[in-house]
Design a protein around this ligand. Sequence first.
Ligand SMILES: Cc1cc2nc3c(=O)[nH]c(=O)nc-3n(C[C@H](O)[C@H](O)[C@H](O)COP(=O)(O)OP(=O)(O)OC[C@H]3O[C@@H](n4cnc5c(N)ncnc54)[C@H](O)[C@@H]3O)c2cc1C
Length: 346
Amino acid sequence: MSAKAQVAVIGGGFVGHCCAWLLQRQGHQVQLIAPPTPPQGSAAALGVLMAEVYQRRSGRGWRLRRRSMELLEQWQQHLALPVHRGLLLLASDPQEWERQQRLVQQSQYLELLSSAALKAKVSQGVLPKLPEEALGGVWSSRDGQLDPFQWIQRLQVAGAEQGLEQVEANVTGIDGDGSRPWKLTLDNGSELSCDWLVLAAGLGSSQLLEIVGLSLPMEPVLGQALELQLGSDQTTWNGCLIWKGINLVPRPNGRLWLGATVEPGTKASALELADLQSLQGTAPAWLQQAQVLRQWQGLRARPSGQPAPVLEQPQPRLLVVSGHYRNGILLGPAGADWAAEQIAEG
Ligand SMILES: Cc1cc2nc3c(=O)[nH]c(=O)nc-3n(C[C@H](O)[C@H](O)[C@H](O)COP(=O)(O)OP(=O)(O)OC[C@H]3O[C@@H](n4cnc5c(N)ncnc54)[C@H](O)[C@@H]3O)c2cc1C
């Protein structure tokens, strides 16, 4: 590993926290810079982790997903935090059902459930009543969900215990080209310098790169989600359910997170939200009757013209760990691991 470096991580979402915690843990002196406002993406995330059910079994996307799941297994022990394992991906059309039948042959963690098997689980009370249209599904014992807020808080505390410094500010200026220490200007008037600069600022990374004359076009994609209170007689179950791209995440005390819409731009649509709650017109009665406790929205950063996420070193000692689009919680650890590797290689 390279000598202990001074590292500044810009961004206080899940990705920035993963980077800062890991680098501090590896012996670097890290400053995490972010304003005290909730992070646009991570504060809205449901924390669903879909790796094993990913349709491809090769390529960068698959490698990052697999790496993140390995890391999460280790990190949950270091951090004493849960990852709730178990995820049921339901098939809503014959093509998806066929794809699932092929998918299960490639993984020991996946189990195919026919429509009859699903119905049996519903009558045993293991699953809630499912949309009539479900043709079957695949159960993954390896995928699942984590609570992003709980994890960010724990990464913060664990990082601070190891000497990670939190700086509550926006970065407004960056000076450098990698040949000498980077100099950052903050909106509180102070300045700081570092050997390595990690941009994990979500949508904000584009603007930060512009300051040093680099371009990373990204577009915002809004997502809305709901927290529901289920009826007291409603079956509770283990594991996330995924139906037509909508996540149903069981929460303690008979609650459910439901999300998320995918709306290019920054404006929330009431129609999209209604569609979400009705599961595009397929919601069983227990879901239609659930009480809405909370509704929220967030912005995802989708890189334009290149796949998510963007893991790049466009200048020496400048690392971009951004543009995670719909999978920043799943891919946060793999991005942090990539950044740590770049710094170790020097
Ligand atoms: C409704 C919804 C549901 C989602 N569900 C899931 C899910 O189930 N699973 C999953 O994997 N992903 C999910 N996502 C996607 C996920 O939320 C994002 O991919 C992820 O949060 C991106 O994290 P991030 O840290 O890169 O960005 P963000 O969380 O947006 O954080 C960016 C940070 O950078 C800071 N920043 C920006 N500019 C500056 C600056 N100039 N100076 C200092 N700091 C700056 C911001 O203040 C913020 O702290 C969901 C997203 C939404 C909207």
